[in-house]
Write a protein that binds this ligand. Structure first.
Ligand code: SF4
Ligand code: SF4
Length: 421
């Protein structure tokens, strides 16, 4: 699609539906969303208040969808929207929002600000005002499957290496497997040992799984940049692979946005319900725990705390599952302040960590997470999103904090009682 101001407006108008109109007209300007957003609390800059990030959407709604707004515009009392408005808001809409959902939770009148920022991004993309890093990642995801350039051959090599490491075959394109498992970009490039942990866990649980040669990547950069067209193409790839392989379900990995994209946005993007189950890895492990399939032995003696990924805990409801699994393998699990749905974001979700321009800002706002961690003095922090894991590692290093970051899945795999040969 050609990117232009006119296309931006054309893409944004249909997003202003009844819920958006209701949200915008019911804002009482209380400021509670500002107090919930780490970009505002950690910088003190009023421009980072979530409701301010929505200004282009609010102006378009007011000027074209309300009687008073239309009148004001006709009388020349309000300035028409311009390309400059989109350009000026790019930093606010992308660099200072992780789509974490905390503002939506805080709003006393139920305004879903996160949904509106996601919708606003549709207009920004069409207008040509989205970050270059995300645009390149979206292009790579469409042409090469992986947004970070992990080609099919490289993925096969990483899978084979991990299979050899744990001595368990990992089959690609196995027709009729129980589960099709997606792997995130970050796992391929930074945490490939996750593949070995998966092999051990599925073997121990007595379930079969496979990775699709044409849908081996979980990350949905379309959701992050805010393009339904890109997001739909990526979801369709997984849906086609699930049908081709005849699996009963698709497992999304330790990646928050991949879960959000496939589990919640996926059926809406495709215009129909899926005829297979979509489950997050942590939910599946907790199910196996409850069914007695996951037998562990011993526990970590480390003082462990948990970082709730926004898309799995706040927006996905998987916070109890993660804690049940943690208590299975941790002797000394300690909660930070604001645990579960109210936890603070790592600062790098929603495409922020894929946007080099936002690097300094995300390190600055990590101060909220740093305070939480310092207060409980853990030996390590555990999480269930590989993007959070990478952002936590980078940010802890930036702040000079030595604190290991662990994957919950890998931790559970480490304490498996026995893996049948
Ligand atoms: S979704 Fe999160 S980062 Fe974005 S405005 Fe709301 S609280 Fe801030
Ligand atoms: S919390 Fe809700 S009502 Fe209050 S300023 Fe934010 S959007 Fe408006």
């Amino acid at each position: 699609m050609t990117m232009s101001f006119a296309n931006g407006l054309a893409a944004l108008r249909p997003r202003i539906d009844a819920p958006v109109a209701a949200f915008l007209s019911s804002c009482v300007r209380c400021g509670l969303c500002a107090e919930a957003c780490l970009f505002h609390t950690e910088t003190g800059d009023p421009k980072y208040a979530p409701i301010m990030k929505l200004e282009p959407l609010r102006r378009l709604w007011s000027q074209e969808f309300t009687v008073m707004g239309r009148l004001g515009r006709a009388l020349g009392l309000s300035k028409p929207m311009s390309d400059e408005d989109f350009a000026r808001w790019e930093e606010l809409v992308y660099d200072s929002c992780t789509l974490c959902g905390r503002c939506s939770l805080a709003c006393p009148v139920g305004n879903d600000l996160t949904l509106m920022i996601r919708k606003l991004r549709e207009g920004m993309v069409a207008a040509g005002h989205s970050p270059e890093g995300l645009r390149k990642a979206a292009h790579r995801a469409l042409t090469d499957i992986s947004p970070v350039g992990v080609g099919a051959q490289s993925a096969r090599k990483l899978i084979a290496a991990q299979s050899r490491e744990v001595g368990i075959p990992i089959e690609i394109d196995k027709h009729g497997a129980d589960w099709l498992v997606l792997i995130s970009s970050m796992e391929y490039i930074a945490f490939p040992e996750m593949l070995g942990a998966l092999a051990r866990l599925f073997k121990a649980a007595g379930q079969t799984w496979t990775i699709a040669s044409d849908a081996y990547e979980a990350t949905n950069v379309g959701v992050q940049i805010g393009s339904c067209d890109v997001a739909r193409a990526i979801v369709a790839r997984t849906v086609d692979a699930a049908h081709r392989l005849g699996v009963k379900g698709v497992v999304t990995p330790e990646c928050g946005h991949a879960y959000q994209a496939l589990r919640w946005e996926g059926p809406n993007l495709m215009g129909q319900a899926f005829d297979f189950e979509v489950i997050h890895l942590i939910d599946l492990l907790d199910r196996w725990r409850a069914e007695g399939r996951l037998k562990t032995k011993g526990k970590s003696g480390l003082r462990l705390t948990y970082h709730d990924p926004c898309q799995t805990s706040r927006r996905g409801g998987l916070d109890p599952q993660a804690r049940r699994l943690l208590n299975l393998v941790a002797e000394d699990f300690v909660e930070t302040s604001d645990p579960g749905p109210w936890n603070w974001c790592c600062g790098g979700g929603g495409g922020v960590s894929a946007n080099p321009r936002a690097r300094d800002l995300r390190f600055k706002v990590f101060a909220a997470k740093k305070r939480q961690l310092e207060a409980v003095r853990p030996d390590a922090v555990v999480t269930t999103c590989s993007n959070c894991r990478n952002v936590l590692e980078e940010s802890l290093e930036h702040w000079g904090m030595e604190l290991p970051v662990l994957s919950l899945t890998e931790l559970v795999a480490e304490y498996l009682d026995e893996v049948p040969s």
